[in-house]
Structure formats: C-alpha cells, structure tokens
Design a protein around this ligand. Structure first.
Ligand SMILES: Cc1cc2nc3c(=O)[nH]c(=O)nc-3n(C[C@H](O)[C@H](O)[C@H](O)COP(=O)(O)OP(=O)(O)OC[C@H]3O[C@@H](n4cnc5c(N)ncnc54)[C@H](O)[C@@H]3O)c2cc1C
Length: 212
C-alpha cells in the first residue's frame, strides 16, 4: 500500500482494505488514536503527522508497526527511501535534509497480512496518546513489538517466536533505557514505562507466548 504524504487522516480512515489484509483494522485504530476534531482530521495529512514527529503521532505508530518506508524527494530531482525508524529521530525531529520533502509512505504486503494487536492509553479519555503498542505475528512465527508514544522515537523489538514474560521484560529493559521514555504534560516517563511493560505483557499473552 502506498499512501501519499498529502493523504488526509479522514481519507485514510475511509479506505477499506481488502479482507486478506488481516492488519487492515490497524489503519482505523490508528486514525482514531488521533483524537482531534473533524476539522483537523479533514486537513491533517499522513505526511504532516510523520514530519511533525510528535511521540504521539498515530501515523508514526501505524507506519512503524507495518514496516513503513518513507519515499523522500530530494532537491536534485532524485528520490531516497528511509525506514520510518530512521525518519523519526526524536520529538519534533525528522531526518529530512534542507529542501527535501516526504512524497509517500509504502507499507509492504507482508506486513499488511500479519495478525496484530493494539493497545493505547492516555491520561484522560480524550487525551493525546501517552502509550501506544502494537504487536504482530510474522508469517514465519516471529513476534514483533512496536513501542510508540511512550518513547521519544519509535522502538521495534523482534523475537524469533513469542517470548516468555521474563524474556520480554528483559528486552524492554535493555532496549529502552529510562532516558528514552518521553516526559511531558501528556504523561510522566515513569507512568509511560509502567504502561509499556503492562501492555507488552498483555499483547504477549494474546499471541500465546510462554509462561508469564
Ligand atoms: C486539537 C488537536 C489535537 C491534536 N492531536 C494530535 C495527536 O493526537 N497526535 C499528534 O501527533 N498530533 C496532534 N496534533 C498536532 C497536529 O495537528 C498533527 O500532528 C497533524 O497530523 C500534523 O499534520 P499536518 O498535515 O497538519 O502537518 P503540518 O502542520 O501542515 O506540517 C507539520 C510540519 O511538517 C512539514 N511538512 C508537512 N508535510 C510535509 C511533507 N510532505 N514533506 C516535508 N515536510 C512536510 C510542514 O512544513 C510543517 O513544518 C493535534 C493538533 C490539534 C490542534
């Protein structure tokens, strides 16, 4: 699926993926994680959300969970591609160089046909996402966990198979240092860290990982 950078959040939400794209419902879930009014939904673009690079950017969560590749136009008329994990480098910091623009985001079919699981929390019912985790089961049985909103940039953990609870907690602790958790008015970093572990364990259980 190639999503134009100028596609609005409202247009993406209205898109009906083919039934074979098992991960299709993630699109609507991520659009709805964007708790803005219809006025924003009809103007805000997928590309704008990625370029803004806020930790709570729900289009970042979607593209990170589905192996999104950013297609970038360069000032000399060329094109380069970057994984979403290299594109979003920190809060309100992206990897665009002067004069470049984001043209599109490509989501590979292999990612769209994965079984997925979604968890999100915010401090208030209509608040900005403080924690957003997406788990996915790859065709070969591998387990992929994508952590967004709670961290300053998206983080992906890959496992050969769904881990047991200890392995999952160890990897989270090792790969997300305390300094990588985001801290702002939408959530303190210790709350975001706690909820990240909670949701990761819930998702792990859903995919039949070993003992807690
Ligand atoms: C009530 C409200 C709620 C909000 N909730 C959220 C939320 O939950 N999560 C969240 O992440 N944000 C939220 N926002 C902030 C903002 O509206 C969104 O991040 C929105 O997705 C930005 O997209 P845009 O298309 O409006 O970007 P713009 O504001 O038009 O652009 C953002 C920046 O990126 C640049 N840019 C845009 N498109 C491209 C491109 N294709 N190539 C290169 N540069 C580009 C622009 O020049 C600008 O510097 C909210 C805002 C409001 C007012």
């Amino acid at each position: 699926l190639s999503i134009s950078a100028t596609c609005t959040v409202a247009a993406l939400d209205a898109f009906e993926p083919p039934p074979a794209w098992v991960a299709g419902p993630l699109i609507g879930l991520c659009c709805r994680a964007f708790l803005a009014s219809f006025k924003i939904w009809n103007v805000a673009t997928v590309g704008g959300n990625l370029c803004m690079a806020l930790p709570a950017g729900p289009m970042i969560s979607l593209c990170a969970a589905l192996d999104g590749v950013c297609v970038i136009w360069t000032p000399d008329g060329g094109e380069r591609r970057l994984s979403i994990f290299d594109f979003v480098v920190g809060p309100q910091r992206n990897a665009l160089r002067p004069g470049e623009l984001l043209r599109a985001i490509e989501l590979p079919l292999a990612a769209l046909t994965r079984r997925t699981s979604f968890r999100r929390a915010s401090l208030s019912p209509l608040g900005r996402s403080g924690v957003l985790l997406i788990g996915a089961l790859a065709a070969g049985g591998g387990f992929i966990l994508t952590v967004t909103a709670s961290t300053r940039r998206p983080v992906r953990l890959d496992f050969v198979h769904p881990p047991d609870g200890q392995e999952l907690a160890d990897r989270l602790a090792a790969e997300i240092p305390a300094s990588l958790y985001y801290d702002d008015i939408h959530g303190r970093s210790d709350w975001r860290r706690h909820m990240t572990f909670e949701f990761a364990e819930e998702i792990r259980g859903e995919f039949g990982g070993g003992r807690p």
